[in-house]
Design a protein around this ligand. Structure first.
Ligand code: C2E
Ligand code: CA
Ligand code: CA
Length: 823
């Protein structure tokens, strides 16, 4: 394998020695290569070199060193060679290191004919004793391709890993660094210790712990980047720390994402908390404050304000203010968000900060604003509900609840007066003109009341046609009475509704707070009692409450209760009959008059309980009972032999009965049952006042009664002012002159004239004239002279528990009843 020249040359001085060297050269398992210094041609190779370079010895001997090199390295090699030549550094001493081979060793890349590259660790020496006496390089080759590939791969790995690697010696000095070294700014000169490099950064205490043998890991922040750092101590066999392996991964992005997540979670928490408060808050202010504070704390703002916008108010009103706003508006970090619909927001949220807001921060403020908008909508609904709960929807006035509340507060401050107002006859307006007109009237009244009171008084609508006025600072009655006068006058003014003129009056009760009347309910009740009393003592005026009224009312309530009981208890209610006579003294019939045998109070006359029955509606069952009893009794009336005509049974009927839908059917049935053979003549007396409210219903009922064959009289004629022109249009049979005129007719010429006129009127209209309450022979004589048709009175006969006998009776022998006292 060796060149002939080398064999010859070797044999020149000591053949044996040269042959041995050759032999050794060839047999060495390590690659050997001799190259000329000038032409750099391969002079000699051994088998190991041939294997390494993938070429035969003969081929190699034709090639130069440069040709063998990896093409990429050839140029560099040339430069090195030239530099060496120019510097004249070639060392002629045998065994000296060759120039350009620092450390005597170099990794050289060779190109193999198969195209692959082989890495060789080459060691070269310059020898002067070449075969031609020329110096030459003798290189030793070691194939390190495998190691180099592994190293290359490792390099790739290290160069491309985001991980920083260090090895620290026991003093904390960095003995090896790689990977993302620069990221951590480790001193690449490896002179300083990690403690010196990072000083008081969190990596220092970690390193100290690792150097004492603890395995530590954690995320540390170094120069605004985050590293997940593991420090693993490496021990000697006897347990001392020889070094610490440090692996640091840059997790800045991950930490950023985590921080972002944490902020998001915090924001979500804030929003959720505010959402909860928005659902439970009773008042907007605490919620506004909590929200503004949350924004200020979370976003580190200079100021947060919330301005409420109230419809109808001139400008926005500052509801909440947190922090100090910068001077002048529209600062760079100012953000304004509408709470509620942008066209008409409930409030405006303004946030100031010197630094601008990030998109995420804007989204957070928006989320808070959305919650506040939902809460504002809820507050609005609740405000409206509260308004409705405290106000009357028809008139917009405060209602009873509101009045009692204000009364409660007013009572804690000053003397208080209450006017309780109830309209007289409002039901009639409602029934006759319809509810729409009724509503209109109530609104008109509400307005009039508001004008009649003092500026700080409260007008409230309690129910239907009941109003109340709360007057503060009241110590005595006159002020209240003045207001009450104004109220009565104001309401009595005629009102035009739907083209009709309506006049309505009001009854007013007045109560003033006192030690006995210190409770809102009590004072309102007292005013109510006074109103009730005013109404029952003639309507259209006011009365001041006194305790006697309460007793009176209590009495009425007891009586009412007892009357209900009486209606259900046979024997308590009775009828007495007062005979009615013709001018010749014949009893032609009787008027049934109700009596009440009260279990404790004795026999009660109708004046005590009929008005009460009228007020409470008990008159309907009471009247039904009277009709029923009278008709059944009349059916048993023993009449004499004909030609005496059927006797008259007269029964009083109240206005309320006439409008009772059961009245006519009930009466029809009653007549069928008790009077199929016309044994008696039924007469009904209707008071004149009933006819004042001339409703079509009353007229129709009168016609129906007439059709049933019933005789109809007007009772107490002359006591009210009924229209005379209407009289003849109504289906009437007679007029019963009010007994007040009879009692005075013999003394008072005017009353005598009235009685005369009424009898004359009756006769002119073809009606029967009846006189009642005749107490003296003079009255009887006068009425006889005036040709009054029928006569009734104590002078003739008192009411008694039985139907009178139907024989004619005369003069002072009229039977007197045991039960009735003269009146
Ligand atoms: P009225 O219909 O005018 O009845 C006549 C009243 O005059 C009766 O009073 C009678 O007792 C009384 N009286 C009779 N003769 C004389 C007399 O010579 N002098 C005086 N001063 N009075 C005399 P009474 O029974 O107390 O009834 C009072 C009123 O009660 C009645 O007045 C009537 O309006 C009403 N009333 C009585 N019973 C009923 C009834 O069943 N239904 C209804 N709706 N009202 C009744
Ligand atoms: Ca009567
Ligand atoms: Ca009468």
């Amino acid at each position: 394998m060796a060149a002939g020249r080398w064999t010859q040359a070797g044999g020149e001085d000591s053949m044996g020695q040269a042959g041995e060297r050759l032999d050794l050269f060839d047999r060495l398992d390590i690659g050997m290569l001799a190259v000329g210094t000038t032409d750099r041609r391969v002079q000699r190779v051994n088998a190991a070199t041939c294997r390494i370079l993938g070429r035969s010895a003969s081929e190699l001997l034709t090639m130069s060193w440069d040709m063998l090199l990896h093409p990429a390295d050839r140029a560099a090699q040339l430069v090195t060679t030239r530099q060496s030549a120019a510097g004249g550094q070639a060392d002629g001493q045998t065994g000296h290191q060759a120039d350009g081979w620092p450390g005597g060793q170099r990794v050289v890349r060779f190109a193999r004919p198969d195209g692959s590259t082989v890495h060789v660790l080459a060691t070269a020496i310059l020898l002067r004793d070449g075969p031609d006496g020329e110096p030459y390089y003798l290189s030793q080759f070691q194939n390190i391709t495998q190691e180099m590939t592994a190293h290359h791969h490792l390099r790739l790995l290290l160069d491309n890993t985001p991980v920083a690697l260090f090895l620290m010696d026991p003093n904390g000095r960095i003995v090896f660094t790689d990977g993302e070294m620069n990221a951590a700014r480790v001193d690449p000169d490896r002179r300083s210790t990690i403690v010196e490099t990072f000083q008081d950064l969190p990596v220092t205490p970690m390193a100290r712990r690792a150097l004492t043998g603890e395995r530590v890991c954690g995320v540390i922040e170094v120069y605004s980047r985050h590293f997940e750092t593991h420090m693993v101590p490496i021990f000697t066999a006897d347990g001392a720390v020889t070094s610490v392996a440090v692996v640091a991964t840059d997790v800045t992005e991950r930490e950023k994402a985590l921080t972002e997540l944490r902020i998001r979670a915090a924001e979500q928490q804030i929003v959720a908390d505010l959402g909860r408060r928005a659902l439970t808050s009773l008042e907007p202010d605490p919620l506004w404050t909590a929200s503004a504070t949350a924004i200020a704390d979370h976003l580190h703002t200079d100021s947060v304000t919330i301005h409420e916008q109230h419809p109808g108010h001139t400008g926005p009103h500052l509801a909440v203010h947190v922090g100090t706003p910068p001077p002048g508006t529209n600062a760079p970090g100012e953000l304004t968000v509408a709470i509620g619909p942008p066209e008409h927001p409930t409030a405006i949220l303004t946030v100031h900060r010197s630094s601008p807001f990030a998109a995420r921060e804007c989204a957070f403020i928006d989320a808070v604003a959305t919650i506040l908008a939902a809460a504002a909508a809820r507050f609005q609904v609740e405000r409206e509900a509260r308004f409705h709960a405290w106000h009357d929807s028809l008139t917009g006035l405060p209602n009873r609840t509101a009045l009692l509340d204000r009364l409660h507060h007013a009572l804690t401050r000053t003397g208080v007066g209450i006017l309780f107002i109830d309209l007289d006859g409002f039901k009639t307006v409602n029934d006759s003109l319809g509810h729409h007109t009724g509503d209109q009237l109530l609104r008109t009244i509400a307005t009039r009341l508001q004008h009649a009171v003092r500026p700080h008084d409260t007008v409230a609508r309690l129910s239907g046609d009941e109003f109340a006025i709360l007057c503060g600072n009241i110590t005595s009655a006159p002020t209240l009475q003045t207001i009450a006068d104004r109220v009565v006058t104001a309401l009595a003014q005629p009102t035009t509704l739907d083209g009709r003129t309506v006049t309505i009056t009001a009854s007013v009760g007045i109560a003033i707070s006192s030690p006995e009347l210190a409770d809102p309910d009590d004072i309102l009740r007292a005013a109510d009692i006074a109103m009730y009393t005013a109404k029952h003592s003639g309507r259209g005026h006011h009365l001041l409450f006194d305790e006697a009224m309460r007793a009176c009312l209590l009495d009425r309530l007891t009586t009412e209760n007892d009357l209900r009981h009486a209606l259900a208890t046979p024997g308590e209610l009775r009828l007495h009959y007062q005979p009615i006579l013709n001018p010749t003294g014949d009893t032609i019939g009787a008027e049934a008059l109700i009596r009440w045998q009260h279990p404790t109070r004795g026999l009660l006359l109708p004046d005590i309980f009929i008005p009460l029955a009228e007020d409470t509606g008990l008159i309907t069952p009471l009247g039904r009972w009277a009709l029923h009893t009278a008709c059944h009794t009349a059916a048993t009336w023993t009449t004499g032999p004909p030609p005496i005509p059927p006797p008259h049974i007269t029964i009083n009927v109240s206005a309320r009965q006439l409008t009772d839908p059961d009245f006519l059917p009930g009466l029809t049935h009653l007549l069928h049952t008790t009077n199929p053979d016309d044994r008696y003549q039924l007469c009904l007396e209707i008071t004149e006042s009933t006819l004042i409210h001339d409703t079509a219903a009353v007229t129709a009922t009168l016609h129906a009664l007439r059709a049933l064959g019933i005789t109809l009289y007007i009772d107490d004629f002359g006591s009210s002012h009924s229209s005379l022109s209407r009289l003849h249009r109504l289906p009437l049979d007679g007029l019963k002159i009010d007994r007040r005129f009879i009692s005075t007719m013999t003394d008072d010429p005017t009353d005598h004239a009235i009685v005369t006129a009424v009898i004359h009127l009756a006769h002119t209209l073809g009606l029967t004239a009846i006189a009642e309450g005749i107490e003296t022979p003079a009255q009887l004589a006068a009425l006889s002279t005036l040709r009054c048709d029928l006569l009734q009175g104590c002078h003739l006969a008192r009411p008694g528990p039985h139907l009178p006998a139907l024989q004619p009776t005369t003069g002072p022998t009229w039977p007197a009843s045991e039960a009735d006292q003269p009146r």
